[in-house]
Design a protein around this ligand. Sequence first.
Ligand code: FUB
Ligand code: ZN
Length: 686
Amino acid sequence: MFVFKKYQTAVIFSCLVFATFMASAQSDSRPKRIIKPLAFQQVKINDGFWSPKMKVWTTKTVYDVFDKLEGKYEPDRPDIIAEKAKLGRTRNAFLNFDMVAQGKKNTGNHDGPPWYDGLVYETIRGAADLLAEHPDPALEKKIDGYIDRIAAAQNADPDGYINTYTTLVRPDKRWGTNGGDDKWQHDIYNSGMLMEAAVHYYRATGKTKLLNVAVKLSNYICTQIGPAPKSNVIPGHGGPEETLLKLYQLFKEQPSLKNKITAPVKEEEYLAMVEFWINDRGNYGEADGSHARKSDSSYNQDHMPVIQQKTIEGHAVRATLLATGVTATAMETGDAAYANTAVNYWKNMAGKRMFITGGEGAIADGERFGKDYFLPESAYLETCASISAGFFSQQMNEMEADGKYMDEFERIIYNNFLSGISLNGQQYFYENPLVGNGNKRWAWHDCPCCPPMILKMAGALPQYIYGYDGSDVYVNLFIGSDASLKIKGEDVLIKQTTGYPWKGNVRLEINPQGAKTFAMKVRIPGWAEGKENPFDLYSSNLNGKPVLKVNGKAMPVDPQNGYLTISRAWKKGDVVELQLPMAPRLVAANDSVQTIKNKLAIASGPVIYAFETVDNPDLKNYTLNPNAGLKLSYKPELLNGVNVVTGNVRDSGGKQVSITAVPFYTLGNRQPGSPYEVWIRKGSDQ
Ligand code: FUB
Ligand code: ZN
């Protein structure tokens, strides 16, 4: 852990001696990356549910987002329409780079919010991953053109600094110093997103132009920010912790790549900076008052030192991205204090603050996490917050190899992540409340942070289906796919076929070159075992249980840490079949959740259902009963093909009426803004 306060030196030294002793005595307990994700090239999705969506995202959404960042769209929100009328055009994020490239400074004009640069970089990151999976020369050419403009902007600055808002509007306040504020300016956030985009684009294409920009900028950051006499600044928005770490990891993994970079690569400084950004939160300077930084708030997780934080607080995207970075840093450094914080964050988030759809951040004011068990139906639940909570859960699983993390990851991807984007891939939700308030997906937003984040998750998804720990294979997600791995030096192909999430059948065909002994660890979802949430935040009336067969022979299903281990000498054509119980479940929240007391929601597999007035005109007065006779049926023509849940409820007069529920993520695709509900009052009989 990188700590710079002088007065702590003696204590730290003794702690280090002790820690070193402890580390060698118990080296196994040091956090590490147990599960490694597969590279994009190793996994190909071929799935009835995800492949059509991937097609829309790769052929429409990624172009849509770049076009809209360029200002090519018809505004459909009053704020944007008014802005267009005023400007005579829509905002164009790339003009900012061009202005800076032309040497403009302090003009007072900047298109879009200060984090517009960051959104461009995030879109490049998402697009890079999608490119790695679905090569598209036209898209690659387009991105190369954007990168030329970004690099030109950097070249205009002798230091290699690049943040167009600050250069054009607050040039004397880089990184939020001199009375500026990085929480607003997003200098460090934008820089972090640039680094991540550069790493992903390099991994996808082998091109180094953006990597050169990222290295030059990182080097400059390392000369400016850190222990005295450098500036004492932390990211106003979490995220750069994980992304600068990725830059470090790339050069650690591929040292010869440094020879292709035009600036010297100082990767150890990048890691030190990551740790400074984590450890400086909640520390406001030296004990003697020197090197001071204004104390800040939980909004950007600066209310107390990170390693003392026990709950996840503040702006939900900032908090979950920081948590992701802390987890990644724990695995990189082996520092148990970071791992401990990550575990505490996750327990608090998944156990007390996570909505049934995987939504995060109950409160609109400050886009914040609410207090424990504050889970109101009208909550804010920004798409970005849920997605970053997904990244956090995925990293936790890499660190702890426990299926409960993927259970919550899955809750996110099938619900609050997918609801963020329309079925046609060109409209987006910012907020995803559990009760419809007329909110409609929009073409573009004043703060369009969610579409790039959606692309990031879309691009990352294939990598998370499987994991590998050096000897055993983890099946984390049920997504039809072909994976190829090298296990103990030999090629092994795995073919997964499934009707998930509409059906509970999963088939894994294992094809090693020759007979090979290793373990397949198949995730058994908590919901399928009556554990709706690892901390009992939710419970259900599950009916049925998972059944597993190997080569047709039933096996006991007794998962440890969420994974069922099947260890054997595998030979070509061996088959594992899993059948998950998909009958609709009625889900209730823990009694501590006051806001949805005496209410029930419906789930089938990982999918949460909702009642839309399109199907249920008298929605407000329904009561749902455990004997509602819920049935699941697949409707190929509806909403691109979905299961619906039908059953009986009582209306306000006590009369029995039939209802239809559709997956939460499909809401608003038939009648934008149509009212809906997820939680229905519990009735006493049927
Ligand atoms: O600050 C940048 C982005 O804007 C955040 O991640 C979103 O929550 C929105 O506030
Ligand atoms: Zn967002």
